[in-house]
Design a protein around this ligand. Sequence first.
Ligand code: FES
Ligand code: FES
Length: 154
Amino acid sequence: MIEIIVNGEVRVITDEEDIPLLWVLRDHLNLTGTKFGCGVGLCGTCTVLLDGEPVRSCQVYMSDLGDREIRTIEGIAGGGDLAAVAARVQGAWIAEQVPQCGYCQSGMIVAATALLARDPDPSDDRIDETMTNICRCGTYTRVRAAIHRAAKGT
Ligand code: FES
Ligand code: FES
């Protein structure tokens, strides 16, 4: 049995296996906003925050967590230090109509929130080097526009 902190709540996981966090979020806690893509740390669709830092949850194991706080797309705007930034990002995503199929977008929003928390007004180059999430629908231009909009707070 292990206790983890997800979106501000202590959750008890009874699975004894040292499985990836992504499996725990989706299969044990029914937090299915975090998506499975490649499973090998490349696509970023499984991105969550660990103590405010973006991580690829398919590559983080239960034994890596300790008492660090996990924030998923379901809880990113609901509390914690990043709530205001996350709310601006989500508003900008709607205003710029970023999503196409939507599959990659929760990971994109989590990564963009972490970027803006560190760098409130990132350049295009900074956005491109930081946002390494893969989008099959090619929403990269809109992602960039939404990050600039969120940085301006509009
Ligand atoms: S599913 Fe984790 S990086 Fe692709
Ligand atoms: S919006 Fe379809 S994969 Fe990104």
